[in-house]
Structures are given as structure tokens and as C-alpha cells.
Design a protein. Structure first.
Length: 145
């Protein structure tokens, strides 16, 4: 895949990430905690996939995306381990929220999920900005997200 196409896909996925985080916050405000938990996870998932886009990597299963990201970026120290742990918690809560009929997300849990998502996405944005320093137009597009 050409570098320009990779950067465009990266930007598109970061836009999806930003939109999903906004939806999570809207759901929180309206008391739709399970939906907010779901959207906060997906916001981070799309941000992770934006990083993979720059490599031309993609996977069909969520667990493969997360495993590759953890192995390549978290285990190597590019992304702090604490962020990796937060991503793991985001994934666990999303799975409970989506698949456990009796799981009730509390407001406090949901707020924590959104804060963790926001922190992970901010870290990923910083990484992308650093990685894309040669492309000012792409960096300026991230500033608005």
C-alpha cells in the first residue's frame, strides 16, 4: 500500500476513533452506560487500527489486532505498559457489556472507561504525530481530532 493511502486510512480511522469517543460521552450523559462502555472500547480499537494502517497491517479478529499492538508497541515500550493494561480493561468491560446479559455498568465504571479511552487515544495521537513529523498536513489534521 502506498504511503499516502496508508496515511489516509490512518486519518480515517482516527476520525472514527474521535467520533466513537464523542458517542460514548453522549451515551454517558444520557445514562446509556452499556453503550458508552462499548463505544469507548471501539474508540480505542479504531485508534489502534490507525497505527496498524501505517504499517499496512490488518487483522480480521479483534484479539489479533490487540495482541499485535501489545506485542509490537506496548511490550517494546513505544506505548507505556499502563496504557496497555487500560486497553485490556477496556476490552474486558466491552465484552462483559456486550455479551453478559446480567452485566450492569455503573456510572463510575463508565466514567473510568471513558477516561481510560481518552488517555489511550491521546497517547496514540502523540505517537502518530511523532511518527508523521515528515507530513505536516497529516499532523495538522490530527490536531482537530
Amino acid at each position: 500500500m502506498q504511503d499516502k493511502r496508508k496515511e489516509d486510512l490512518c486519518k480515517y480511522r482516527m476520525e472514527n476513533s474521535s467520533d466513537s469517543l464523542e458517542v460514548a460521552k453522549d451515551c454517558l450523559e444520557k445514562g446509556y452506560y452499556k453503550d458508552a462502555v462499548n463505544r469507548s472500547y471501539y474508540a480505542v480499537f479504531y485508534a489502534i487500527k490507525s497505527v496498524l494502517a501505517l504499517e499496512g497491517k490488518d487483522f480480521k479478529r479483534h484479539k489479533d489486532v490487540i495482541a499485535y499492538f501489545n506485542q509490537t508497541y506496548v511490550a517494546s515500550g513505544i506505548i507505556p505498559r499502563e496504557i496497555g493494561r487500560k486497553i485490556g480493561r477496556l476490552q474486558q468491560k466491552r465484552e462483559k457489556s456486550d455479551y453478559d446479559d446480567f452485566y450492569l455498568a455503573s456510572k463510575d465504571e463508565t466514567i473510568e472507561q471513558i477516561e481510560n479511552a481518552d488517555e489511550a487515544i491521546s497517547m496514540i495521537k502523540k505517537y502518530l504525530e511523532k511518527r508523521l513529523t515528515d507530513s505536516d498536513s497529516v499532523i495538522s489534521r490530527f490536531e482537530s481530532l
